[in-house]
Design a protein around this ligand. Sequence first.
Ligand code: UFG
Length: 357
Amino acid sequence: MKYVYLGLRSLRLSGRYLGFVDVRIENIEDRWMKKVLVTGGAGYIGSHIVKALLEAGDEVVTFDNLSEGHRDAVVGGDLVQGDLSDGPLLQSLFSKYEFDAVMHFAANCRVGESVKDPEKYYKNNVCNLLNLLAVMRRHHVNRMIFSSTAAVYGNPVKVPIEELHPLQPINPYGFTKLAVENILRDYSRAYGLISVSLRYFNAAGADPMAQLGESHDPETHLIPRVLAVASGRLAEVEVFGTDYPTEDGTCIRDYIHVNDLALAHLAALKHLRGGGENLIVNLGNSRGYSVKEIIKCAERITQKKIRVVHSSRREGDPPVLVCDNSQARRQLHWQPKISSLDEIIQTSWKWEQNRRY
Ligand code: UFG
């Protein structure tokens, strides 16, 4: 419990002095301590959430090692450059600021890389999370919002995918994210940590003002690669597999606008601040598009012909990933706002033409 201490006050009744009382206002936590720590806040998704938090009136501290993130992507609040493996730095961060919640984005997220170098993924995605939770415990910060992923499901046995779908990751990336979900569950039972894990499907799009957008190096995601061809930064885009058991033979994914992810994070924060329980929910549009449909839509929006090369399947790609988002709607009172594929790609195209980093 946090208090504001107002000191000793004399107590009088009808002018008669009765004594001194010790005056405190209890539980000011929610009113006066709205600093949110955003780890990985300089990255693609984290930076859009930092902007949304600032617009919602929260005070934000971004903690990012800038290995993949961009300084220019942090549009406000404080930026602390550092790594989650640095225990003393985390300790001083939590001593300097009072946080009422942590949003944890800092992680490696390339499926193929996780297969080649699992140690990097277990260290950065799991060990570093343990460091963060340790310092949170020490400083009595017990609210966390965690970026999880559809990769925890592996190859779906039933589509649309509900949260109760079997959890059978097919790569180390998915295993690290599932490990964190399990750690959060156990820490909740043992230490009272309360968390919301958000299982993103395919994050896409950009800030409609084009102040922020997707910029990975190397870029592996479909939509930015397709648009890089449209703008001439790339010569062609490969289509990984045309023999999937789908209507046009290419993989189907559920693309969700990054600002809709941001809205879900704000809703999750509200849920936790309101005393809500642990939650794990899918975030997607519950609508799937094939790789070919994405390319066709991008051609229509950019008015450019996109050069395509058909390649073999990419390892670890399930044919269809589409979520059932009804839990997020029900539990977080959330719904996607930029749900049409046209709008999603339009925002990415605007960013592609006005890239700042
Ligand atoms: N694709 C291509 N060509 C490309 C890039 C992608 O054909 O140049 C295809 C992929 O094979 C896949 C689809 O486009 O079928 C989407 O691929 P992305 O790389 O854009 O996204 P993923 O579906 O691989 O990745 C997302 C998240 C991951 C998560 C994964 C779960 O970004 O964090 O879903 O499968 F792990």
